[in-house]
Design a binder for this molecule. Structure first.
Ligand SMILES: Cc1ncc(COP(=O)(O)O)c(C=O)c1O
Length: 397
């Protein structure tokens, strides 16, 4: 027998679960960077990141905390009591709901909220339904945790949202479902009655229901309803990235059924200790900034309306008008069957950049693109000015 030291072992390989998809959006991003480097102009409708700074009160609170010289050490794993209370008050103010602060856990953006919720609800190898089109990191996070995403395809007929019938039709081995309202990339929302029906369908089927409500606050013709009004069993994911424009502050929260709270507390303590303390202090102050932030939502609404009027002039007629978020998901199937090539060509020929649908929908995304409209009105107007003649010059398939 060979002595241990003489044996040749194969080189260690990356784990299969780390083989998560790389977004095609990064391919487009590279093309954007190359264009900028070559001195070209880019009219950017690609990213979903508000361009304005956080609310003034949040910046002032962070400045005060820094200049006080205080330690800014870890917080409790579930987060600062004052911020958890503040978020409970937000639910009272927005929805008239009495959510106890004890059910709220602060996380490192919603991204960590997803990871913690998936870990608390599912075991390795479980299958979890994901409504598509949707934010691609749901699939990536599930895959990284050795969970299997099950595609629930939707289209314009249900405004790209799930129905109770789709939940009833899920295979019996599915353990939960991820839903978003308002959703990325479509901006469409589920009404209170629809959320109630989805909640009840999940209860009947014994499924965990995880609802991404990150775009609450960024809504147009009516405010967003929360699934929390339907009952205490759903898991809500939310955070400061979008309405409050605090993407890089990495602050989110979970609202949990009571029995998950100790699990999340233990998981967060082990995996991440706590959400960033400076951001939590800023978050407390940010909660009282509605007047400042509502003006931004009106600016997004103006951009949405400009796009809604322009798209039919482009020859794009199949889309669901967004109720919220700052995205419009458009069917460009009359022009192309390859959304990545289409976005690259659009960038090359007009300087306008949008996101290809393939990142959001693993089956039908090849014939959709996403317009983001959280940027200044002048950017959206310039994009429309360039795109109108361009679309008119294209051959229809
Ligand atoms: C629907 C949705 N959920 C979650 C996220 C992640 O956001 P964060 O981790 O900054 O809270 C995004 C980011 O774009 C998103 O669009």
């Amino acid at each position: 027998m060979l002595a241990h030291a003489d044996r040749v072992f194969a080189a260690p390989q990356p784990a299969p679960r780390s083989d998560v998809e790389i977004y095609q959006m990064w391919e487009i991003f590279k093309a954007v960077n190359a264009r900028v480097k070559a001195g070209g102009q880019v009219v950017n409708l690609l990213v979903g990141e508000p361009t304005l700074p956080p609310p003034q009160a949040a910046i002032a609170a962070a400045q005060l905390a820094l200049s006080s010289g205080r330690q800014l050490g870890y917080t409790e794993a579930l987060g600062m009591p004052a911020l958890r209370e503040g978020i409970a008050t937000l639910y009272r103010r927005r929805h008239g709901l009495a959510i106890p602060a004890s059910r709220i856990a602060l996380t490192i953006g919603t991204s960590s909220g997803f990871m913690l919720a998936f870990l608390a609800c599912f075991s390795a190898g479980d299958t979890v339904a994901v409504v598509e089109p949707s934010y691609p990191a749901y699939r990536g996070t599930l895959k990284a945790l050795d969970l299997i995403p099950h595609r629930v395809g939707t289209d314009a007929a249900t405004r790209f949202q799930v129905t109770p019938q789709m939940i009833e039709a899920l295979p019996s081995h599915v353990k939960g479902i991820v839903v978003a309202s308002p959703a990325n990339p479509t901006g469409t929302m589920l009404s209170a009655a629809e959320l109630q029906a989805v909640y009840e369908a999940c209860r009947r089927r014994g499924l965990w229901l995880i609802v991404d409500e990150l775009y609450h606050g960024v809504t147009y013709d009516r405010p967003a309803d929360t699934v929390l009004a339907a009952g205490d069993e759903a898991i809500v994911i939310n955070g400061f990235s979008k309405y409050w424009g605090m993407t890089g502050w990495r602050l989110g929260w979970l609202v949990l059924p009571e029995r998950l709270v100790p699990r999340i507390e233990a998981l967060h303590g082990s995996l991440q200790i706590s959400a960033p303390t400076l951001s939590q202090l800023a978050g407390i102050a940010a909660l009282d900034s509605d007047a400042e932030l509502q003006a931004r939502v009106l600016a997004y609404q103006r951009n949405r309306d400009a796009l809604l009027t322009a798209l039919p002039r482009f020859g794009i007629t199949r889309f669901a008008p967004p109720d919220g978020a700052f995205y419009l998901y458009a069917d460009i199937g009359d022009f192309s069957d390859d959304s990545v090539a289409f976005c690259k060509r659009m960038l090359e020929e007009t300087g306008v950049v949008t996101a290809p649908g393939v990142d959001f929908d693993t089956r039908d995304g090849h014939r959709f693109i996403r317009f983001s409209f959280c940027m200044d009105a002048s950017v959206v107007d310039e994009a429309i000015r360039r795109l109108e003649p361009w679309f008119k010059s294209l051959n229809r398939r």
